[in-house]
Design a protein around this ligand. Structure first.
Ligand SMILES: [Zn+2]
Length: 205
């Protein structure tokens, strides 16, 4: 039985050329020796912008890190739940000590700046059935500031194990360089007060 979704496999498909690359990847054994718990004990949250692929700008190998990408690389409730999920699994494997580090990386020239535009925001809110006011907070205009506020949100989330550490960065798409905004810190009960993260973030540009 055929259905309409099975028909367009033609050479016009965008994925056809990369499926050929996949054959080469598998033939070369690229998938071998990858492990499920990330080699670097690193969990990256960043933007889905194609210029901002951490496999490239952080030179990550397969299995090095868990990567979650969304519009802007924002710490949404779904992202908090994902971190809590991985932390709970890691707690079962590692009975004590630090589990892994969550690195939030926002970037310059981020398309999530579109959320600052009222017309765009109104149309999009209607389209996805969201509250327009909530969407305003998703804008990334000053990536150092949004990284700092997202770090605050992450590190104060009760769902996430206190054995997780957090850090925040800005990736510059023009220079290719990553700048540290918030150095690695434990949850809010750590020696580094969370309030410091906001001060650092807003001082940068
Ligand atoms: Zn972006």
């Amino acid at each position: 039985m055929t259905n309409q979704f099975a028909i367009p496999t033609a050479p016009t498909s965008s994925i056809t050329p990369v499926l050929a690359r996949n054959r080469a990847f598998a033939a070369a054994g690229g998938h071998k020796n990858a492990v499920v718990f990330p080699n670097l004990r690193l969990f990256v949250i960043t933007c889905l912008d194609p210029r901002v692929d951490p496999a490239h700008f952080l030179d990550l190998e397969l299995g090095d890190a868990i990567v979650v990408r969304n519009v802007g690389g924002r710490v949404t409730q779904e992202v908090i739940n994902d971190v809590a999920f991985i932390a709970q699994i890691a707690e079962n494997v590692l009975p004590e000590g630090p589990l892994f580090e969550v690195a939030v990386i926002h970037h310059t020239q981020c398309g999530a700046g579109a959320f600052a535009d009222a017309t765009f925001r109104r149309t999009y809110a209607r389209r996805i059935g969201a509250d327009e006011a909530d969407l305003r907070d998703h804008a990334v205009l000053d990536p150092a500031a949004t990284v700092a506020s997202d770090l605050e949100r992450l590190s104060s989330a009760p769902a996430i194990s206190e054995r997780v550490t957090f850090s925040g960065y800005v990736y510059d798409v023009l220079t290719g360089l990553v700048q540290t905004i918030v150095p690695a810190l434990r949850k809010n009960n750590d020696s580094e007060p969370a309030a410091a993260t906001i001060r650092i973030g807003s001082a940068s540009s």
